[in-house]
Design a protein around this ligand. Structure first.
Ligand SMILES: CC(C)(COP(=O)(O)OP(=O)(O)OC[C@H]1O[C@@H](n2cnc3c(N)ncnc32)[C@H](O)[C@@H]1OP(=O)(O)O)[C@@H](O)C(=O)NCCC(=O)NCCS
Length: 167
């Protein structure tokens, strides 16, 4: 297990090639993908997301989406991290957690640690966060991390509320 970030209650580690089932199970709950616009259809699709989207980011940019585990029992609860979007010239903060892990402050803890890692270790000048207008849980996370609302825009075919934070 290659741990990138340790917080008070969480470990954020690199995803591994064998993690497709974790990704499929997380996305199988329609509550989880309600505001994400990118449902995972089956295990092969999860494998493709892992191999074509998540893992290449680590090699290309030295950061990406990280698997999140609770330190207390090492349970996989979701992912969080920084995704490079070269087509937008942006580094995007993202997170997705199983419903059983909501309402415990884990998302904010992981998101805040990812931002800090981006600024302190990667020396990024700017991090962007986006949420669909109805996704109040996600908007709260962005705001609790100190991100600043800069406007609404269409990204990836959806209306998004865009937030940013500069180092
Ligand atoms: C968006 C999402 C990550 C938010 O998760 P969350 O659990 O609501 O977020 P938080 O980590 O901020 O925790 C929320 C609550 O935990 C509570 N909490 C309980 N124990 C806590 C603790 N020890 N520390 C901090 N907060 C705690 C807080 O009251 C907090 O709510 P509040 O800020 O309104 O008081 C989650 O709903 C999710 O994964 N959704 C599906 C995927 C998704 O939409 N991703 C975002 C796409 S843009």
């Amino acid at each position: 297990m290659h741990v990138i970030i340790e917080t008070e209650r969480l470990l954020l580690r690199l995803f591994e090639p064998g993690d497709a089932q974790l990704i499929f199970d997380l996305n199988a709950d329609p509550e989880v993908t309600r505001y994400t616009g990118d449902p995972v259809t089956d295990l092969n699709h999860a494998r493709a997301v892992l191999e074509n989207v998540i893992l290449p980011q680590y090699a290309l940019y030295n950061h990406g989406r990280w698997a999140v585990h609770t330190k207390s029992n090492m349970e996989f609860i979701g992912w969080c991290g920084l995704k490079n979007r070269p087509e937008l010239k942006e580094i995007d903060l993202g997170y997705r957690f199983a419903v059983s892990a909501w309402g415990k402050g884990y998302a904010t803890e992981a998101a805040y640690a990812s931002i800090k890692y981006g600024f302190d270790k990667l020396h990024l000048p700017r991090i962007v966060g986006r949420a669909m207008p109805g996704n109040t849980g996600s908007i709260n996370v962005l705001e609790k991390c100190g991100m600043r609302f800069i406007g609404e825009e269409f990204v990836d075919g959806h209306l998004a509320m865009t937030y940013e934070l500069r180092s």
